[in-house]
Design a protein around this ligand. Structure first.
Ligand SMILES: [Zn+2]
Length: 560
């Protein structure tokens, strides 16, 4: 009896111990950890029922959660922002390439999606995070057998952290507010494509473009222009000094196909990005912003790569905008997936043509310094409204939409064509070496050499006859406009003179930076001011970059 009861007692104790151990096991086991985190992370847009947007910490936490659940992404640093925030770059692949080197014997194409460059324009940030999640956490992740997808969901972190309901009040939500346009240096990052004065755009060039060489960049924005029903608008890089076969491909094949897919498969309407040229007379036409490479998509096209500017429509509600952007990005990936080899061939051929032109430039090879703007042959149809136009003293009228819908079928003025051009040179020579100029050229990834011995060469010089700084500051600069004359002259170049050959894939970038009459070059952005107007003499100087028109063999070495 006593023995029996002891046995019972022992069994009871054993049972209690066993239960405790089981409890302990379950509470710390990875299985239970997995079951609690198996839930897909949600963006702030989703959890707030589309009334708010993610802060920097929300984005960081979302990315961490993706990493806990998937091995298909790695996080790199795109840059450190002026206010000290690390800007994340997601590298998504199956397998995730450990470095670009891992892709050199691999047929995958790299596509880069960038969002929140203007941190008041937040749809891309939410949509890109959702897209990253929906790719890496899918049982059979789509796209990754052919694509490596890079995503910078929060490009302008500093602007993002200034979220306030007072920003961009003209747009429909999110009611809890959005960030500001500028970065921590008060710079508009989508005007920094040439001068590269922000760590963000410097980081984009160094850590994305030069490191991963994406075939395509998608830059997500929100427009606040003309009234229409389509929630998504887009345009391609279109500077005519870029390879025109890329412009034609995007304009005539890629974008119409993405537009069609977006409409038919996802029921989202999209139109090419633009504004009415004259609100009093909307029939006059529709046009996007300028062709200058200060705008990143134009800059990318000068680098012989594809670029899409996505402008989501501010007067659609926030959820419609986020979802529109999400399906637009998805359609872009679908197109890249289906046409990967064609795209790769196109950009390889653009690079090859660019290099060959520079080896022996012919008379037909030119660089445009002035443009004409022509309409495309097909009109665009805009589902708009009748408008009330109220003149204002500032010149820009106040435009209000009336209640009555109106469909406009108008010419789309987005074909910038050369109006005046100069011969494309074999090389540029810069005898007065300024570390700032050298640094700029290298920041863009140009191949730069220096002369190892003095040499006398026949070159074309540009004598400045007039230089005017703009009356108003723009991005911290008084932009110059110049007039001058070209002269052929024999000139001595000392040892150490910088030599920029145009037989390189980035020759169009080199020309844009260095041509004296370039409408967005380093002369425009004040980098040569101290050389063209000396402080102790009144007369204007010769522009210190000389054009070497024909090939010459010279003793030189690469600048490290
Ligand atoms: Zn924008």
């Amino acid at each position: 009896m006593r023995h029996e009861s002891y046995m019972k007692y022992e069994r009871k104790i054993f049972f209690i111990y066993f239960s405790l151990i089981l409890l302990l096991i379950f509470s710390i086991s990875p299985l239970s950890a997995l079951s609690s985190t198996k839930q897909k992370p949600l963006t702030v847009a989703e959890t707030s029922n589309f009334t708010a947007t993610s802060r920097y910490a929300d984005v960081a936490n979302f990315i961490k959660e993706l990493q806990r659940q998937s091995s298909l992404l790695r996080v790199e640093t795109l840059c450190v922002s002026p206010e000290g925030r690390t800007v994340p770059l997601l590298v998504i692949g199956e397998p995730v390439p450990s470095s670009p080197l891992a892709l050199s014997h691999d047929g995958r194409a790299v596509v880069y999606i960038q969002a929140n460059i203007h941190a008041g324009e937040v749809e891309g940030k939410e949509a890109a995070l959702m897209l990253a999640r929906d790719i890496v956490l899918k049982e059979k992740p789509p796209f990754l057998d052919k694509l490596v997808i890079l995503i910078a969901p929060i490009f302008n972190t500093d602007g993002n952290e200034k979220i306030s309901p007072a920003n961009r009040r003209n747009q429909v939500g999110p009611e809890k507010g959005v960030g500001v346009r500028y970065n921590g240096q008060n710079l508009d990052l989508n005007r920094d494509g040439i001068k590269l004065e922000s760590p963000e755009v410097q980081g984009l060039v160094r850590n994305v473009l030069m490191r991963w060489d994406p075939a395509l960049l998608v830059d997500c924005h929100t427009t606040n222009g003309s009234y229409h029903e389509e929630p998504v608008t887009y345009v391609w890089g279109f500077n005519p000094n870029g390879d025109t076969s890329l412009i034609k491909f995007m304009r005539e094949k890629m974008m119409p196909s993405i537009n069609k897919n977006l409409r038919e498969k996802y029921k989202v309407l999209s139109i090419p990005y633009g504004n009415f040229m004259d609100f009093n007379n909307p029939e006059k036409g529709w046009r996007p912003s300028g062709p200058q490479p200060r705008y990143l998509t134009n800059y990318i096209s000068l680098r012989n790569r594809l670029a899409i500017l996505n402008e989501n429509y501010a007067y659609a509600d926030y959820k419609t905008r986020v979802m529109g952007c999400y399906y637009f990005l998805l359609s872009i990936l679908e197109y890249c997936y289906d046409h990967k080899d064609g795209i790769a061939q196109l950009i390889r051929s653009a690079d090859r043509k660019t290099i060959q032109r520079g080896m022996r430039p012919s008379e037909d090879d030119t660089f445009a310094v002035e443009y004409d703007l022509k309409p495309l042959k097909d009109k665009v149809t805009i589902l708009g409204w009748e408008m009330e136009v109220i003149p204002r003293e500032s010149g820009r009228p106040l435009v209000k939409k009336k209640d009555k819908k109106k469909t406009y079928s108008v010419s789309y003025f987005s074909d910038f064509v050369p109006k005046r051009s100069v011969p494309f040179p074999y090389a540029y020579l810069i005898p007065k070496v300024n570390p700032e100029i050298t640094e700029k050229l290298l920041q863009h990834g140009l191949s730069v050499e220096k002369l190892k011995e003095a040499v006398s060469l026949e070159v074309e010089s540009f004598r400045i006859k007039e230089i005017k700084g703009a009356s108003r500051l723009y991005q911290g600069h008084y932009l110059n406009s110049v007039k001058g004359e070209y002269h052929l002259e024999k000139k001595e170049f000392p040892e150490g003179t910088l030599f920029v050959a145009t037989a390189q894939p980035l020759a169009n970038v080199a020309a844009y930076l260095l041509e004296p009459e370039s409408d967005d070059g380093l002369l425009v952005w004040n980098f040569f001011d101290r050389y063209v107007v000396s402080q102790w003499r009144q007369e204007l100087q010769t522009y210190p970059v000389y054009r070497l028109l024909k090939p010459v063999n010279l003793v030189k070495e690469n600048l490290e």
